[in-house]
Design a protein around this ligand. Structure first.
Ligand code: SF4
Ligand code: SF4
Length: 448
């Protein structure tokens, strides 16, 4: 097993680490899909309000790539289709029947899996609506249907605070996971499974299947960072990746012949009165997590981790790729010029804050951004960037629309980790600007 050491990155000290405890959550009355949170797609609706659907019925497809199908995570009636500004489909809500029915896609036995052609397997995954779990580097768009990738990376861990622990989501699921690895090996002759050193030590049943141990700080285990660390030629740039938990969904679809509905999530953060893991329903209303929020606190809800997640709330639903709810205290005031105020209790990267010397976990709220100021050329952003981009120069090239320059500076290697924005004392939104530029460049390229 290879050891991959990632030198750069950064671990923030944030309280509310989810425990391994499995919290119980009641069966929801509704589930939803949230197309606006799936990057790079333009949905074309295939249902209308009042339609009866089963688990696995087609709800919408991508206009540009109609073979990309998005299916219902529940059986019942289409209760609401929320269409926003510029006719963006925000969500499709399904009211669940007490006894839900499911579309039968036909299962594959182990011997069927050996015999099936790659082409037929791709068609089966597309029909079952889970091709979108496979994504291609460097853009992170859904993987192209017709290409065979140089490799598929499986990332078991996610160091972003906070994401599910593989020892929880893989518990008693190892045979299903190994079936999923066989599926991936039909799609690419090279499948690499990565885990943190601590995880690899715990998951004994996967011995011999974990090909790389990862050592380093956030986001060392991101597939783009791993590719940057081990790639030997530019042909590897088109590597695909899938998250460990999504291998289980893919394997469930093919082994059982029906659309999976279970997703292991975490609830964490220092505005959570109880933290832990939850076996949730795909598309679950986030209101189900309300009992875990601390009473009497104005709370910021984040879908996903603190760096790559986005603000949400209890009236929203779990998106396709989401596996975490992070609850932090809502900041009531923006702290302009906060970086020059020494504070022992303030999360900070630079030594400007006394908190740099404080190793205990810190309270954390949504107020840590502050105001926009000019770059002071401190170099913090370059020091943490795990793929050796010079974020401040790349940012300037993006603003100047100097395409060749920002590509030469490595924009497409950016893994959208958010660290450069976090450490910037001038609070320049480097990461979001670079992410938007990457996505726009990819979209332009895919339309030509
Ligand atoms: S440029 Fe910023 S967001 Fe992109 S990989 Fe580097 S630190 Fe992360
Ligand atoms: S961290 Fe911010 S202020 Fe420092 S060099 Fe980067 S962009 Fe400039």
């Amino acid at each position: 097993m290879n050891l991959i050491r990632v030198r750069k990155g950064y671990n923030i000290k944030i309280g509310g680490q989810p425990s391994e405890e499995l919290l119980s959550i009641s069966r929801p009355g509704k589930v939803a899909v949230v197309p606006e949170r799936i990057p790079f797609i333009k949905p074309r609706l295939k249902v209308k309000q009042g339609d009866a659907v089963q688990i696995g019925s087609l709800l919408f497809e991508d206009k540009r790539r109609p073979f990309l199908k998005f299916l219902s995570p529940g059986g019942g009636t289409v209760a609401d289709i929320d269409i926003g500004h510029r006719r963006v489909i925000k969500k499709i809500v399904i009211r669940l029947d007490p006894d839900e029915r499911a579309v039968d896609f036909g299962f594959l036995s182990e011997s069927d899996l050996v015999a099936i052609s790659r082409r037929d397997l791709v068609a089966k995954i597309l029909e079952g609506g889970l091709w979108s779990l496979l994504r291609a580097l460097p853009s992170r768009d859904i993987a192209p249907r017709d290409a065979e990738p140089p490799a598929i990376f499986v990332a078991l861990d996610d160091l972003e605070p906070f994401q599910p622990d593989p020892s929880v989501y893989l518990q008693d699921q190892e045979p299903l996971f190994l079936f999923g690895l066989k599926v991936l090996r039909k799609l690419s002759s090279r499948v690499e499974v990565f885990a943190r050193q601590a995880t690899a030590g715990v998951l004994k049943k996967l011995n011999g299947h974990i090909t790389g141990q990862v050592a380093g700080r956030y986001p060392a285990d991101d597939p783009g960072v791993l590719l940057y660390a081990i790639r030997r030629s530019s042909t590897e740039n088109q590597t695909w990746y899938i998250r460990g938990q999504d291998v289980l969904l893919l394997a469930h679809l093919l082994k059982h012949g029906n659309y999976p509905t279970r997703r292991t999530m975490v609830v964490g953060g220092n505005a959570a009165q109880k933290t832990g893991h939850v076996h949730a329903r795909l598309g679950m209303p986030l209101a189900a997590f309300r009992p875990f929020a601390a009473d009497g606190m104005n709370t910021r809800w984040i879908s996903g981790g603190v760096f790559q997640g986005y603000p949400t709330g209890p009236d929203s639903y779990m998106g396709l790729y989401e596996t975490a709810i992070t609850l932090i205290p809502e900041g009531l005031h923006r702290e302009f010029l906060s970086f020059v105020r020494p504070g022992f209790n303030k999360p900070s990267y630079s030594r400007t804050f006394l908190s740099w010397f404080n190793s205990s976990q810190l309270p954390y709220d949504s107020n840590f951004h502050g105001g926009l100021r000019a770059c002071i050329a401190c170099g913090h952003c370059a020091k943490v960037c795990p793929v050796d981009i010079l974020p401040q120069l790349t940012f300037k090239a993006v603003l100047a629309e100097a395409v060749e320059e920002y590509l030469a500076l490595g924009l497409m290697d950016c893994v959208e980790c958010g660290l450069c924005s976090y450490v910037c004392p001038s609070k320049i939104e480097l990461s979001s600007i670079l992410t938007a530029a990457r996505r726009e460049y990819h979209q332009e390229q895919s339309q030509t």
